[in-house]
Design a protein around this ligand. Sequence first.
Ligand code: 13P
Length: 288
Amino acid sequence: MYKTLKEVTETATKLNMTIGAFNTHNLEMLPGMIRAAKEMGSPIIIQTSIDTAKYIGYDVLVSVCKHMANTHMVDVALHLDHARDFDEIKNAIEAGYTSVMYDGSHLPFKENIAKTKAVVDYAHTRGVSVEGELGTIGGTEEGISVSEDDKIYTRPEDAVEFVKLTGVDALAVAIGTNHGQFKSKTNVNIPLLKEIHHVVDVPLVIHGGTGVKEEDYPELINNGIRKFNVGTELLVNWTQEAKDHFAQTPVNRSLRHNIIPANEKVKEIVKHKIGLFMNTNSPMKANK
Ligand code: 13P
């Protein structure tokens, strides 16, 4: 079924697992991502940046996700990632996205609260979930870059106030991860996550999932991470696979010969990640 972020993260909380939120960059890789979730028996969150949504079309993305969710009997939420533009948030919601992120992390605390709350009010009356962000996640994403020195970790006391005053359905936490980190791995601040999880009641979100060590997943999930974003790993592998095939294939052969292997590579990674996100070796109840 076609679901909201709130619905799929509720399932994740009940089962002490996390839901993979995978960034798609084109239409090609999308069906394989949803089929991967179906084969693994897990919900999935498909997310796009505003630029990708404009390139593919908000309505096209909604149609594909909704259709596949219903015909493949798999829970799919469609989420707008890192939106700072209220008009684009409205476009996504009007087209049928079931979840949006308002990223006010660059704003002063009070302004972040006010702007996020305005998005929450708008989205909730339309049955759409909202993710907010507090603190800064390092790295670069779609041209927005944060250097190591400018990073601000999420403070637990701010998280409590932010969640209470905005009414967000999920909170992205800054605990040391970086967007776009695919050549090395990061050290996540698990003690800080524990503190935040202890005082905040909403599902927590990891950004920059590509750079997170897989051996850290269980601790993250057991401490409230219910949405786990992975983008760059899919992008890099799709591109590499497509490049290799394009380099070898005569120009008059069907594009399928280049693109299907790239889509299959993404599907394989999504299945692998979902297998870990299901957290089957950990107890059902989250430590809180
Ligand atoms: P990566 O591209 O680093 O996996 O991060 C994805 C993300 O957090 C999208 O918001």
